[in-house]
Design a protein around this ligand. Structure first.
Ligand SMILES: Cc1cc2nc3c(=O)[nH]c(=O)nc-3n(C[C@H](O)[C@H](O)[C@H](O)COP(=O)(O)OP(=O)(O)OC[C@H]3O[C@@H](n4cnc5c(N)ncnc54)[C@H](O)[C@@H]3O)c2cc1C
Length: 357
């Protein structure tokens, strides 16, 4: 006989507030941190609670003010030479100390390599639940105050909303580019609280010997201009044309899954549900039909320009500007025009310089 399952009632009234981990390297914050503060602000307002930010590193005081300008009510900052480079143990110690003292009900991290590592370490130690790689975050109001953390599941065929009912805080990592940062407001005021670093260098087993930047990899999540190509390119050679247009504008090359699956370009270029979610100022969709699994990853772009020979292609529904025609004629012409304008701009600057001299 089936028995009715009684849900245990938990008292989480000690836990209040939303905490965002501000990820930085060499004093430069990852844009996902400000995007998460924007979403954190929306969640905190809905729960009628405060928004906290955690800044950890060496010489990162300026980020505390930035966090306030992007929506934080209170910033906890921990600065020490031992914290200059990210290492799991000292960073997770600081975050756990903070979580245990402040008791936020929700803690969010960017779904970056660092964010994933740090959130995983903290969730294991506390212990609490962690939803990785979310693309939607919402909250239920009082009395449950549950975080509704959604992400693609079952080979990306459906969206799953994951709840953490039995532990606090509720934790999630979120993809870059999904949420919108609030406009920076330098007039906002907030509290800044300093934390002690309780770990000495000799307590930390991992040593950073060197940092080697991966020059070859693309950075779609932070790109301001993306020139993306799809199956309409017909083969890998045409990505060279897109590369030239991207180079002329200082952008990165993106791709649809069809182009990636065909082996024309690497997966690190893929935009969409199973690729990157991007938020550039300008996005070119070239020879891309506009399937929903693609547009879900790029429709937050400020301006979308679509080039497609089919005037009825769905991509034109999300595009701000559409060009109906053959990409093999349009893309080289665009690249030439960009180069010409760039050269004309350089010439004008040069002449102005001469006039001024
Ligand atoms: C679970 C799941 C996850 C997925 N995840 C992703 C994802 O992350 N990203 C993604 O992109 N897709 C994803 N897809 C696949 C998606 O459904 C589409 O199949 C894919 O986006 C199509 O790629 P495309 O637009 O390049 O190709 P097509 O749909 O074949 O479109 C090609 C377009 O090129 C145009 N064209 C052809 N020749 C020219 C020319 N000479 N000049 C101009 N235009 C031309 C055509 O008119 C056409 O519109 C996913 C699918 C599933 C089921």
């Amino acid at each position: 006989m089936a028995e009715a399952v009684q849900e245990q009632a938990y008292d989480w009234s000690e836990y209040r507030g939303v905490l965002i981990y501000v990820e930085q390297r060499e004093g430069l914050a990852k844009p996902v941190s400000w995007q998460l503060l924007g979403q954190g602000r929306r969640l905190a307002d809905k729960l009628d609670t405060q928004l906290f930010a955690a800044v950890i590193g060496a010489q990162v005081e300026h980020l505390a003010q930035d966090a306030v300008a992007y929506g934080a009510d209170r910033v906890y900052i921990c600065e020490a030479e031992e914290l200059r480079d990210y290492r799991t143990r000292p960073y997770s110690r600081v975050m756990m100390q903070l979580i245990e003292e402040v008791k936020p009900e929700i803690v969010l991290f960017g779904a970056t390599a660092t964010g994933r590592d740090l959130a995983g370490a903290i969730a294991t130690h506390l212990p609490t639940g962690l939803t990785a790689d979310t693309t939607e975050l919402d909250v239920e109001p009082d009395p449950s105050r549950l975080l509704l953390a959604s992400r693609p599941a079952f080979s990306e065929k459906m969206m799953a909303t994951i709840l953490c009912k039995q532990y606090r805080p509720q934790m999630a990592t979120a993809r870059a580019g999904v949420f919108e940062a609030l406009p920076r407001d330098n007039q906002r005021s907030g509290e800044v609280i300093r934390l002690d670093n309780r770990m000495q260098e000799e307590d930390i087993a991992a040593k950073v010997l060197d940092f080697v930047e991966d020059q070859a990899s693309v950075n779609l999540e932070e790109a301001e201009i993306i020139v993306a190509g799809g199956r309409g390119l017909g083969g890998p050679e045409a990505f060279r044309l897109l590369g030239e247009l991207a180079a002329a504008m200082g952008g990165e090359v993106g791709a649809s899954r069809a182009a990636v699956d065909a082996g024309w370009i690497g997966h690190e270029h893929q935009v969409g549900q199973t690729g990157y979610t991007v938020r550039p100022k300008l996005y070119f969709a070239i020879g891309i039909s506009g399937a929903v699994q693609h547009t879900v990853g790029m429709s937050n772009a400020d301006c979308v320009v679509a080039i497609n020979k089919d005037k009825d292609a769905p991509i034109f529904q999300v595009a701000h500007y559409g060009i109906v025609g053959d990409l093999f004629q349009i893309v080289p012409a665009l690249t030439e025009e960009m180069k010409r304008r760039k050269a004309a701009g350089m010439q004008a600057m040069h002449e102005e310089g001469e006039v001024g001299a």
